[in-house]
Design a protein around this ligand. Structure first.
Ligand SMILES: [Zn+2]
Length: 51
């Protein structure tokens, strides 16, 4: 799982596998989001294509 901070754009992978509440770089709370992996884009596309 890869995460990124929407505030400072810092990308990282949490060692615990959990979403941290704060960005480890800028220490802002609530800015950490999951980065969409290429496979997720592909999955989403194939779902839409079947409709
Ligand atoms: Zn940050």
């Amino acid at each position: 799982m890869k995460l990124h901070c929407t505030n400072c754009n810092y990308q990282f992978t949490p060692k615990t596998g959990k979403m941290p509440l704060r960005c480890p770089y800028c220490d802002k709370p609530g800015t950490v989001e999951k980065v969409k992996q290429m496979q997720e884009w592909i999955d989403e596309f194939s779902v839409n294509a079947n409709e």
